[in-house]
Design a protein around this ligand. Structure first.
Ligand code: SAM
Length: 273
């Protein structure tokens, strides 16, 4: 998600970032490290005091300026960072979190790419989309295409790149074997919102499309579930039309494209990320 935002030239608002439900604080830390010029202070908060203390200490030890809860009071952060919390929240806790999100200038929200949680995140998007510009994963401001009849079995998930060292590190190997966690793929869902005037006023990038899940390859063609302003549709890439594009997708599947289409058929495609 961070890599895509960087490629697209998006930067968080300057000021304070709050990692809400921080756990070890890894999400806030990554964001602060990715945009040091924007994140001037990092706040961490968690219902677990030991987790909050750990996250604050860890961030401080890497040279990040951590703002204490006492200093912050109930001021809304400029950037709200939320990672892997949705399935732990009671309805009341979620309401409180959404109220906080509404007061932030921008929100970076990452969740696992499971059907249930990604659908919950879509519901969050529908709640907040009037107030914010949806920067990602959506390429449009319309209602989510997954709410349309026929899309019930689909969900908005994507695949994060796993750092190479994870595959060679014995500790990660042990972790994977012991907990039976597949480290070859990392499904995630995410939501990036921005309500700064420039974001709200920016023209719609309606020609862009997001691939949901992964392309499915068959002999001579491939099918993708593509989300764009006109909804979610299953599109076909035929080898005879777009052999180079198909080859590139197989080698390194992208997530965000600009298609030239003839109905359900893709005539050409330009990868954006
Ligand atoms: C799965 S962990 C994720 C931690 C971290 N954000 C990450 O991505 O590694 C969920 C965290 O949310 C915190 N949490 C759950 N409900 C909360 C609430 N109502 N208020 C604050 N923190 C909460 C938990 O204590 C836990 O640290």
């Amino acid at each position: 998600m961070i890599a895509e935002l960087k490629v697209r030239g998006w930067t968080p608002p300057e000021g304070t970032a709050l990692d809400w439900g921080c756990g070890t604080g890894v999400a806030g830390l990554r964001v602060a490290q990715a945009w040091p010029e924007a994140v001037q202070f990092l706040r961490v908060s968690d219902r677990s005091n030991p987790a909050q203390r750990f996250a604050a200490k860890k961030a401080t030890s890497t040279g990040i300026a951590v703002q204490s809860a006492a200093t912050a009071g109930d001021a809304a952060p400029n950037l709200l960072v939320i990672s892997h919390v949705l399935n732990e929240l009671t309805p009341d806790a979620l309401e409180n979190l959404l109220a906080l999100a509404e007061r932030a200038e921008a929100v970076l929200w990452v969740e696992p790419g499971t059907f249930t949680v990604s659908r919950q995140l879509v519901a969050v998007r529908e709640r907040l989309k009037e107030r914010f510009r949806v920067i990602a994963p959506c390429t449009h401001r319309q209602a989510c295409g997954l709410a349309s009849p026929g899309s019930e079995r689909h969900w908005c998930h994507h695949f994060a790149k796993i750092p190479g060292f994870v595959h060679t590190d014995p500790g990660w190997g042990r972790f994977s074997r012991t907990l039976k966690v597949d480290l070859s793929t990392l499904p995630m869902s995410f939501l990036v919102l921005d309500r700064r005037p420039a974001a709200l006023a920016a023209p719609e990038q309606s020609s862009e499309a997001r691939i949901l899940g992964e392309p499915r390859y068959y002999k001579g063609f491939s099918k993708i579930l593509s989300c764009q302003a006109d909804g979610v549709s299953e599109l076909i890439l035929q080898k005879r039309d777009v052999s180079e594009l198909l080859k590139a997708m197989k080698k390194d599947p992208g997530s965000l494209y600009r298609w030239e289409r003839d109905g359900e058929k893709i005539r050409s495609g330009e990868r954006i990320f």
